[in-house]
Design a protein around this ligand. Structure first.
Ligand code: SF4
Ligand code: FES
Length: 334
């Protein structure tokens, strides 16, 4: 790394100067016999030594910097970690066919982009590169880039996936990959879809623990202990990140938009099977309708595409069996 002459002077001058100053200091001590002059000289010397030690520390830390440390120059834009793959280094050029929704015409427009990717590039990396380097009007939604937030759901080569978890080279078809927005949600722009209705459905099923005593949660000494067995009843269903992929894949949602859908239904089962929840059979009654739980045809596509292994199809079948059990026995909860 190139260093400015100021930083070289700040680091090395004190290092070289310390022995010289030490010599001068000892000579001055011999010449000045009064105490105040000696104290003043000692303080100056101490300051110079501290300055010198800091110089050593700077050199040491610089040598410790990792090989890939990048020093930003003034005015240089920050690299957000998804720059276009450099020539060589195992990178190659691929073609992305992006099917974008045009809100002004209501049509789907096909745009083809070519960009360089490397072994670990995801579809989201490539889209971000395209947005930064080629077309800054390209719109997509993303946040965490690590399969946690659920924002980057889209359709790649016809399959609903999280773009940040989809390796681009492993999904190429003759050096080409097709990207389009999910069709199970209203389209907004390019690859961005509207989740208002999705969140409204989620909210409708009361996605939180309900207790009969509303006030007890404010009591500091109150706990809700659970056994491992009680935890295992709902844990897999609680991994939902609300990406909406299951809804996009569901064939029933696509022909009957009134169907509540796999995400909301799986969360009914999640809270119903939580031993801390006291809403009990009311949760079952909320979805015991044709356009809710009984419209599920158990196609299973929701579970296939779910990136978190929530298995909404299984959750819905558990719900159905609980409703039947409740109707037959009158018992609210096992
Ligand atoms: S159930 Fe799975 S696919 Fe559906 S919203 Fe939750 S995480 Fe996404
Ligand atoms: S960006 Fe968060 S899941 Fe993909």
């Amino acid at each position: 790394m190139k260093r400015s002459w100021i930083s070289i002077a700040t680091v090395y001058a004190p290092m070289l100067g310390v022995p010289v100053l030490l010599y001068l200091y000892l000579a001055a001590l011999l010449l000045h016999s009064d105490v105040s002059s000696r104290i003043l000289l000692s303080l100056i010397m101490l300051g110079l030594i501290v300055f010198g030690v800091m110089g050593f520390r700077d050199v040491f830390l610089e040598n410790e910097r990792p090989a890939n440390f990048i020093e930003l120059k003034e005015g240089q834009p920050k690299d957000h970690g998804h720059s276009v793959a450099a020539e060589g280094e195992g990178s190659r050029t691929v073609e992305l066919l992006v099917r974008r929704f045009n809100p002004s015409t209501g049509s789907m427009d096909d745009h083809t982009f070519r960009t360089r990717v490397h072994h670990f590039s995801t579809v989201l990396d490539a889209l971000i590169d395209i947005k930064q380097e080629q077309d800054n009007t390209l719109s997509m939604r993303y946040s965490c880039r690590m399969g946690i937030c659920g924002s980057c759901a889209m359709v790649v080569n016809g399959k609903p996936v999280l773009a940040c978890e989809t390796n681009i080279l492993q999904n190429l078809k003759e050096d080409r990959i097709e990207v389009s927005p999910m069709q199970g949600h209203p389209l907004l722009k390019d690859l961005v879809t509207d989740f208002d209705d999705f969140f409204a459905r989620h909210k409708r099923i009361k996605p939180h623990i309900v207790r009969k005593d509303e006030e007890e949660k404010y009591l500091a000494e109150k706990e809700y202990p659970q056994t491992k067995e009680e935890l295992s009843r709902y844990l897999p269903f609680s991994y939902c990140i609300m990406c909406g992929l299951c809804v996009d894949a569901c064939p029933v949602v696509n022909v009957n938009p009134r169907f509540l859908g796999p995400q909301a239904l799986s969360q009914v089962q999640r809270y119903y099977s939580d031993s801390r929840d006291e809403l009990g059979g009311t949760r079952l009654d909320m979805v015991d309708r044709l356009e809710d739980v009984w419209d599920c045809e158990f196609a299973g596509a929701c579970s296939v595409v779910c990136p978190k292994g929530v298995d909404p199809a299984f959750a819905i079948q558990l719900l159905k069996s609980e409703i039947v059990r409740k109707d037959l026995t009158g018992n609210q909860k096992k």
